[in-house]
Design a protein around this ligand. Structure first.
Ligand SMILES: NC(=O)c1ccc[n+]([C@@H]2O[C@H](COP(=O)([O-])OP(=O)(O)OC[C@H]3O[C@@H](n4cnc5c(N)ncnc54)[C@H](OP(=O)(O)O)[C@@H]3O)[C@@H](O)[C@H]2O)c1
Length: 322
């Protein structure tokens, strides 16, 4: 089976491409060739790499044709952020692919209404990213259910694992929060620290894509949450992270307006977005339909990211074993 992965060398592709190779797929990896996967893996020597700039090709109207020319059985689109991009690809591939998998996000739901959130709950996305991803979802599901286009959508939580900075207990990407927890220094959390975060290890995202391909009949025309078995509160996360260093978290709780006063705008905006969404996703559908079985809890996945941050000198703390 020839599988084309669009955006193949990033967080997800680092784990997904080797998995597909090991499962016997003939993989074609598309990217601009600006970066290497986060982890070396011998499987990449069996991968055909194609250098292609999606945005430039879309402007020229040639992206879909270039993907089609690779004669894929399966297309995995990891980097689609606009409905027009999805439309362009669907129009080019219609009738010529067995399965089309799109990487979405839990942000399609907007704020949590009922926890854990199931895929069937109504969407109330907010913010440009979530609104656009929800529009892509609506379009692809309509194409699948009305016109038989073989689309599946997978919606990951906050992706973690070695190679990048995890969303921290304050709901932003400041690695210094982990240094402070490791040193037993005070860490301020907004409100009561009870907003939720829902992480997922990149390899579990890769597993979900692989299993969706394996369970094509159950996957086509459906969306699936791809997250760890359970969301965590900011407070619970901070407590656990301090515990990795033999410390108790020294937490202070501040009303939002007070908390954000001393935090730079970019970090505060990230925190606000995470609090406002407070994702808590059910993974029961993926477990049932796809046999998705995440290997990592949220904290286990985050711990791998933090171990990597320590190795990189971005978090000042004793080394963690992976
Ligand atoms: N990060 C999260 O926590 C999170 C959470 C939920 C959902 N998601 C979803 O995950 C997806 C992103 O996956 P990821 O985290 O694996 O991405 P990533 O780490 O940012 O990697 C992006 C990949 O796409 C390639 N790329 C970027 N721009 C390109 C272009 N114009 N043309 C061709 N290739 C291009 C990159 O390689 P080059 O730079 O070499 O081209 C790389 O291979 C998105 O759909 C996002 O909505 C992410």
């Amino acid at each position: 089976m020839r599988t084309v992965v669009i955006g193949a060398t990033g967080h997800i592709g680092t784990y997904l491409v080797p998995r597909l190779v090991q499962a016997g797929h003939e993989v074609v990896a598309l990217s601009r060739g600006r970066r290497e996967p986060y982890r070396p893996d011998g499987a990449w020597s069996f991968v055909r790499k194609e250098t292609i700039d999606r945005e430039a090709e879309e402007r020229a109207g040639s992206f879909g044709g270039r993907v089609l020319a690779l004669r894929p059985d399966v297309v995995i689109d990891l980097i689609c952020f606009h409905e027009e991009s999805a439309r362009h690809l669907v129009e080019a591939l219609r009738g010529d692919v067995q399965h089309f998998l799109h990487c979405g996000t839990l942000w399609v739901h907007g704020h949590t209404e009922v926890a854990p959130t199931t895929e069937s709950q109504p969407r109330h996305p907010f913010g440009e990213y979530g609104v656009r991803k929800a529009a892509i979802e609506a379009y692809l599901l309509d194409e699948a259910r009305r016109r038989g286009f073989p689309a599946t959508l997978l919606h990951p939580g906050h992706i973690v694992g070695p190679g990048w900075t995890p969303v921290n207990p304050q709901g932003n990407w400041d690695p210094a929060v982990f240094s402070r927890l490791a040193a037993g220094e005070p860490v301020e959390l907004p409100d009561l620290g009870l907003a939720t975060l829902h992480h997922v290890h990149a390899d579990d995202v890769a597993q979900a894509f692989q299993r969706a391909i394996d369970h094509r009949a159950a996957a086509v025309g459906e969306s699936f949450h791809v997250a760890s078995p359970a969301a965590i509160t900011m407070r619970g996360y901070a407590d656990a992270a301090a515990g990795w260093f033999g410390k108790e978290a020294n937490l202070r709780y501040l009303p939002w307006a007070e908390w954000r006063r001393d935090v730079d705008d970019v970090l505060a905006e990230a925190t606000w977005s995470h609090i406002a969404h407070s994702p808590c996703a059910s993974i029961a559908k993926a477990q049932q339909y796809l046999s998705y079985a995440p290997r990592f809890s949220s904290l286990e996945g985050i711990r791998e990211s933090v171990a990597w941050l320590i190795e990189q000198g971005q978090v000042q703390a004793p080394r963690l074993t992976a």
